[in-house]
Design a protein around this ligand. Structure first.
Ligand code: C5P
Length: 226
């Protein structure tokens, strides 16, 4: 029987990390965890409750009031995030959250809170998790680490199409600025900045179809499950 492995997928914003992670989870019978959803849900809580995240005391208190959970949705065939028992999977995708999430994710206490839960989810292996620091900090011993990248223009176009479906007032400029800002903050922060783990395989999908990238990743996963 193939052994249960941990697959980490890190990379720049809107490279298609979650698309690949969900497909790998389905093909290989792994649990998929979207770590970015956790930072987005925390940001949603902070915004709703007017938490001043420059105050360490307020951050610590707010985190003690937050309970995050993932539940599998049999209709969408993927797991969805719950914030204090409320399904927030869709609200957290809004640009209002995207504008603030990288500032919140740069806070040390927030990262410690999220990373501890992520590591617990992986303690039985059999997991694929995407994010920014999964191969470097959360699961440094993962069997397969993928670092995804794609040309900027392609990433902006992909994210624009996704957000435009929900909000036709959105402009390509807004989306481009948001991606650039998040990538900058994510890769320059002091605590667990976005970077490629030394043993990660780079997957540039600028010129790949979803199926081509899936086949590549499946081959790598199979080699490492033996
Ligand atoms: O993956 P997604 O774009 O939904 O992540 C939203 C934000 O959460 C990222 O821009 C980043 O600031 C933060 N994040 C992080 N570490 C992770 C996953 C996400 O800092 N492992």
């Amino acid at each position: 029987m193939a052994k249960k492995i941990i697959i980490t997928i890190d990379g720049w914003s809107s490279c298609g990390k979650s698309t690949l992670a969900k497909q790998l989870a389905r093909e290989l019978g792994l649990v998929y965890v979207d770590s970015g959803a956790m930072y987005r849900a925390i940001t949603l809580y902070f915004l709703r409750n007017h938490v001043d995240w420059t105050s360490q005391g307020e951050v610590v208190k707010a985190l003690s009031e937050i309970h995050l959970d993932f539940h599998y949705n049999a209709t969408t065939l993927t797991s969805e995030i719950y914030l204090n028992e409320e399904n927030v999977e869709y609200v957290i995708r809004d640009l209002v959250i995207a504008e603030k999430v990288s500032d919140v994710a740069a806070i040390r206490e927030v990262r410690e809170f999220a990373v501890a839960q992520q590591q617990k989810m992986g303690n039985k292996k059999g997991i694929v998790m995407d994010g920014r620091d999964i191969g470097t900090v959360v699961f440094p011993d993962a069997e397969l680490k993928i670092f995804m990248t794609a040309d900027n223009a392609v990433r902006v176009e992909r994210r624009f199409r996704e957000l435009y479906e929900k909000n036709p007032n959105i402009t390509i400029e807004e989306v481009k600025n948001n991606l650039e800002m998040r990538d900058y903050i994510d890769s320059h922060r002091e605590v667990s900045p976005l970077r490629k783990a030394d043993d990660a395989i780079v997957l540039d999908n600028t010129h790949l179809t979803e199926d081509q990238q899936l086949q590549k990743a499946l081959n790598w996963a199979k080699e490492r499950s033996r």
